[in-house]
Design a protein around this ligand. Sequence first.
Ligand code: ATP
Length: 459
Amino acid sequence: MATPVADSLRRMTDLAADESPRTDEGADGGDVMEKIVGLCKRRGFIFQSAEIYGGFRSTYDYGPLGVNMLRNVKNTWWRSMVQLRDDVVGLDAAILSPPAVWAASGHLANFTDPLVDCRQCHSRWRADKIDGVCPTCGSTDFTEARAFNLMFKTHAGPLEDEGAVAYLRPETAQGMFINFANVLQTTRKKPPFGIAQVGKSFRNEITPQNFVFRTREFEQMEMEYFVPPDDSPKWYEYWLDQRYRWYLDLGIPADRLRLRHHEAAELAHYSTATADVEFLFPWGWDELEGIANRSDYDLKAHAAASGEKLDFFDPTTNERYVPHVIEPAAGATRTMMAFLLAAYDEDEIGGERRVVLHLHHRLAPYQVAVLPLSKKDTLEPTAREVLGLLQPHFMCDYDLTQSIGKRYRRHDEVGTPWCVTVDFDSLDDRAVTVRDRDTTEQVRVPIDGLLAELQSRAQ
Ligand code: ATP
């Protein structure tokens, strides 16, 4: 008999798979995808949204482990893009915005995908993703493609008339352009400088697909880097390199990562050059991030439409110019999924099969698990002392249930890099055992030196 968990797992896997027309050869065959979807559900990374009502297609809720990991993805991006630089500042702009923003940006006219109906089975598809063959019934008989605008339209206030129309942002980027003058004035930055933002975006995707790869509500991590016009090719190359390295540094293997330069015909209306950072997903190469040279398109468009000056006066040369923009635009939720897929591994430890996520310590939901060897009360004060010592510095789990071996396996499966075990000897020698997830090596460390030891491992 199917259990509720098994049922909901099947539903999630179905929902993840059934709108996925791409069939290119991928990295590890399809079943890794199924295993990741299963693990996400079983261990509390990602749940189908509104699951108790049968699930709401293409929306997902991030559970206790998923919310930690997603935050880590975003924080790691913020750390490298804002905290460790003196030329990039942050912003958190509104999600709701008036039509004027999207008319000027070109989204009302151009932010469309080609929609076709299959004449045989009446399913609807995004024409550029199905190679002319209906994924449901195999027919090649489609209606003419028509432009379908991906923006979610709503009404702000109690009247549902034209004057109250508002849109949920389909990207975070426009928030940076419309605040360009505010940021310039308040920070006294001058080109080259960037404005970074992390937050939700919404697109009414025709065919959401592949679990959290393509959803209608998702999170982006975008940065607009404003430069003197002549310097834009140089900065474009710089950001291609920086962004590519970010994924490598966080553990995506080089053979599953590539930069794909767009052909002229593929470029968006605002772009003079674009390249995608692509990851080898189970279904083939697909985009994690787009890096675009957006020229001066956006600032000029908003200046013309709003009547405001959106340019920069350089007092050293007495020149006024509209900066050009290099934009690295990444997806946080999509990237989290790529990190999970790349980290997934099955190996054998002492003749026993184990599932392990080799997540980078900055990304793992927990960096440390504190494990009292037994439930006996005598261990608790020391175990809690160790927990209190580590909690201000690391996201920690305190886990008491089941045998120590089972607890190690559980933490391997969710990618916890270090387990700290408090045993009966700890009461006498004031030392604990630190176990490494990847090597399973165990070393005895004095409690006094534990924080320094873990901090040196977490460099
Ligand atoms: P695609 O071609 O896959 O539709 P895009 O080129 O339109 O994506 P961008 O507008 O460049 O995407 O958005 C930047 C990033 O935001 C993407 O690289 C991706 O990581 C993320 N993203 C875009 N759309 C979605 C979505 N529907 N679900 C999840 N992430 C998304």
